[in-house]
Write a protein that binds this ligand. Sequence first.
Ligand code: EPZ
Length: 432
Amino acid sequence: MTKYIVQGGKPLFGEVDISGAKNAAVAIIPAALMVDGVCRIENIPQISDVTMSLRILERLGAVIRSINPHTVEIDCTRIHSTRTDYELSRKIRASYYLIGSLLGRFGQAEVAMPGGCNFGGVRPIDQHVKGFTALGAKVVVEGGFIRAFTERGRLKGANIYLDVVSVGATMNIMMAAAMAEGLTVIENCAKEPHIVDLANFLNSMGANIRGAGTDTIKIQGVDRLTGGTYAIIPDQIEAGTYMAAVAATGGQILVKNIIPKHMDCITAKLIEMGVEVEEHEDTLLVRRTGDLQRTNIKTLPYPGFPTDMQPQITAVLSLAKGTSLVTESVWNSRYRYVDELKRMGANIQVDDKTAVVEGVDHLTGAPIQAYDLRAGAACVIAALAAHGESEISGVQYIERGYEDIILKLQALGANIRSVEVDEEDAVSVRIG
Ligand code: EPZ
């Protein structure tokens, strides 16, 4: 088991390069399965969810060639199965995108019920199913698999109104419809940057998708997608996490390789909290020298404040002057990490979807546990700012979505390292 050991209390200084977006990559890799040819994907983040997605494709018959650590070529001309590996695909949430891509290209798909981060509450996929059904598929659950198929061999375009704004349903239906017969119109779509990225990827392979990034997406189905080259956008949430880290510790960092427009919803809140943010073409200079001020945050679909930044910003607010209110309005429950922050001295009360954060003067290092990816990021931020040593377990969640987090933080001057511990929790081998 791996743990992170953090000696907190050091301000961060330096530069950090942001990797490709996880939530774009985990959709674009399954979408590559629809391409009858070779597609080269650049700016792929090296994270465990991506490794897993590529492995699932390989088992279906894809030939994958690594060109360099961030570029792969995927050849899906000889897919021999439409049933995904059960053990692999149940490990990641994004395996549900294989339903859209397999169904779109082959008219059938069998994918294990998706797993992924469990931050409490249910994560339904009824809107995905509603979309596939509208396109003419039958969807059943059998033996732990979701089986979707169409008797006519090809889906048929339709008008689909989503009852909730769902990132996953928008992308999944977009994939399925890309090769359906005729026109599909999806209304009440999510507008996250990764939705635009997936549409751009599919269009660059020959699809005809318009309106991604607005709440209505129109997809004219095509017969075939052919190969090409595509570069994934930078990760908005990884960038936001480093911005939150310097807000918590103080110091000054240059966040590189980003699209500043994607960061507006996060930047605006950090500025309200007294953090200085200077915008350049593809970088942000983030500085915090004075006290952190309180603010209120409500998570919303893009362009609102992202739910995937809620734990990290709450960790920062736990050190701000005054009382902040944080409202989670995307997920039913996403506050499991709060107990970990409380172990470090944070004063946070959660009542249903709202956290009341009473800022404290400082946090104190403690043994803490990451229960999911962003909760883990919040633990790291709190530990970096805290007085004394923290030991973070559950870091496999963090490594699902943050490439080289230890090396990137060390380059900013953080005192953080990764250690392997044996069953009795004794530190045995230092690895980072
Ligand atoms: C994506 O999850 C992200 N995951 C999540 O990122 C992110 O928190 C979420 O979007 C919201 O931005 C991936 O991209 C792999 P949704 P997704 O469908 O698509 C309800 C991270 O930390 N809903 O937009 O599964 C649902 O319960 C993660 O990187 C339905 O009711 O989220 C939720 O309340 C974890 N029925 C809301 O919609 C459905 O069929 C938004 O969910 C689908 C969703």
